[in-house]
Design a protein around this ligand. Sequence first.
Ligand code: HEC
Ligand code: HEC
Length: 348
Amino acid sequence: MRYRIIIFLLLFLTAGFQAHAAPDGGELYARNCAACHGEKGESGIGVPLTLPSFQATASDDYLRKTIRLGRPGRVMPASTLSDTEIDAIVGFIRGWGRQSRAPSFPTTPIQGNVEHGSRLFATQCATCHGANGEGGKGTGVTFSRPRDQQIMAPALNNPGFLAAASDAMIKAILVKGRDGTPMSHFTGKESALEDINDLVSFIRSFEKIPKHLTAAVLETEQAVLIKDSPYDLATTIANVKLAAISNNFIFIREQRLAYGLVPEGQEDPRQHIVYFCNFNMLNSALATDPRVGLFLPCRITVVEQNGKVKMMAVNPKRLSKIFNNTELNALCDEMTKRYLAIMEDATI
Ligand code: HEC
Ligand code: HEC
């Protein structure tokens, strides 16, 4: 009996201990970051986090803020984890850079000549980082990009980056470069330290660009597009197929919504789904962001409820926000217009 009490007490104590144990940074990293930055931080859709050159020019404060704020519109999501959880992830990332201690940088602003910095930027940085610091097209390492571009240049005008990086840290990146990436150092003959100060001040001046230009994510209240049909179920389905074709899509198939989810023959006969595709759009969407594949091919659901027939589709504009990817904006906007056109045509 006494043993049982002791065992019970031990279990109780260890359970309590586990509940209060520090969060496991490795586990949190695996769950929240590995899909994009690689299990071992070797990179993927996100940039590499293990390189000694990265570790040497990224302070803990920068990592914390980058995780918290993300990079709005540039795929890297903002995090809702607790501060202790974020600290645990930072500790885990630091574990990869054991050779170098975490650097820290003063927060004092650097005073440089913005005008001169802007000229230097146009000739030395814009080819990779874009004329206004908007970053390379495509993000990270595996998105569609020129094969000779090993890693896409991050957006420097991004509010997430500007809020996370201090002037002194940006200066350190320019002085040291990031060995192992296309980002070289700028302490060659033409780039005196004064020039670097001018560049830092120019990058800081991106903060004045309105946020809707640097971090534009399409806003829409409507998660789902819905339209009533004046026709019966079978006619509406036939109309959607024809309307898709006349809007430059190829009809793929039509099936009951629950097909494959319930035993065959037991699907609700009043819920159908029509699949269609435009291969040009599909290819350009996948090249921009492979995650769009989750929502492809295009689909419109047709349901009958209380004798009324409705057409429904996920609003493609939502994808820009879900995927935090500005580059999808034009495509999402276009897709929403086409979905609405198909639904409209199907009711004529
Ligand atoms: C959906 C993909 C995705 C996820 C998930 C993600 N990231 Fe990122 N991350 C990116 C991309 C893409 C960039 C580069 C942004 C750019 O190109 O402007 C980036 C940038 C960063 C940077 C800045 C790197 C530098 O060179 O200064 C850090 C640090 C970072 N991510 C850490 C993390 C951590 C830690 C997590 C998990 C909490 C995480 N990321 C989750 C895609 C992702
Ligand atoms: C050949 C292409 C290329 C050129 C030219 C280039 N960069 Fe970069 N830059 C990159 C890449 C790629 C990265 C990401 C490195 C990494 O993954 O750590 C980067 C990273 C940076 C970063 C860190 C941003 C972050 O989120 O990690 C800053 C700041 C920066 N570059 C500024 C500049 C400035 C200023 C110039 C011009 C003097 C310049 N770069 C020229 C490709 C380039």
